[in-house]
Design a protein around this ligand. Structure first.
Ligand SMILES: NC(=O)c1ccc[n+]([C@@H]2O[C@H](COP(=O)([O-])OP(=O)(O)OC[C@H]3O[C@@H](n4cnc5c(N)ncnc54)[C@H](OP(=O)(O)O)[C@@H]3O)[C@@H](O)[C@H]2O)c1
Length: 187
């Protein structure tokens, strides 16, 4: 299968399309045909070596697609299921990918592959911040920097929906207009 690989750290020119052997499916793993791939800033850190990874390596941490094969002990998913994921192992910039079933999230009907693949990492980040790092309660106050940013546009309305008072900061007038859609009234 074709996959974008890096053999050395550097600029965008180190990204090379290669034909690679995808390897053997483990018993608790699934083979996914990727339909859409999410691009994240961390991919740049992997490419430049700021976050060192063993080379050669695939690249990309987020994708959505359809399950083509399942390992013998996979319990939660079946062939044909639409799934999304946003964590290790690296290698989302590929036609296909093997992932452990425990790393997968089902894509609900009505959510496109494109939306799923660009929202999963931000969604799981917002979820752990709002529900696990600190379980947000009705009436809590939240100060969110960069409220018009990618994460802010998911986390702020989510915090609002939990009944928190959300106060945001932004760096420009244009961003203020975006952020105001997601903040509590008058903030
Ligand atoms: N996106 C993800 O999936 C994800 C996952 C995990 C963690 N994170 C972390 O969450 C944060 C926001 O990510 P994002 O994806 O929402 O980024 P983003 O859309 O690129 O937004 C970044 C914004 O942060 C503000 N900013 C930049 N430098 C700043 C500084 N020195 N002090 C205060 N604000 C500054 C700027 O907005 P203003 O001009 O409005 O201030 C900038 O547009 C980052 O720290 C990122 O590493 C993101």
């Amino acid at each position: 299968m074709r996959s974008i690989q890096i053999e050395k750290f550097g600029g965008p020119e180190v990204l090379v399309i290669k034909d690679i052997d995808i390897g053997k499916l483990g018993t608790k793993e699934v083979l996914i045909k990727n339909k859409s791939i999410g691009l994240n800033f961390i991919d740049v850190y992997h490419r430049t070596g700021l976050y060192p990874i063993p080379l050669p390596s695939g690249i990309g941490l987020e994708a959505s697609g359809v399950i083509e094969k399942i390992g013998s002990e996979v319990k939660l998913f079946k062939v044909g299921d639409r799934v999304t994921h946003a964590s290790m192992p690296i290698g989302a910039y590929s036609e296909k990918q093997i992932m452990p079933e425990e790393k997968l999230i089902s894509i609900p009907d009505g959510v496109s592959d494109e939306v799923a693949s660009c929202i999963t990492l931000k969604g799981i980040t917002a979820e752990y911040l709002l529900h696990r790092a600190y379980p947000l309660k009705k009436g809590d106050k939240v100060l969110y920097h960069a409220a018009a940013g990618a994460l802010g546009q998911i986390l702020c309305p989510w915090a609002n929906s939990l009944g928190a008072e959300v106060i945001g900061t932004v760096g420009s007038k244009a961003k203020e207009e975006i952020a105001k859609k997601w903040l509590s009234p008058c903030n």
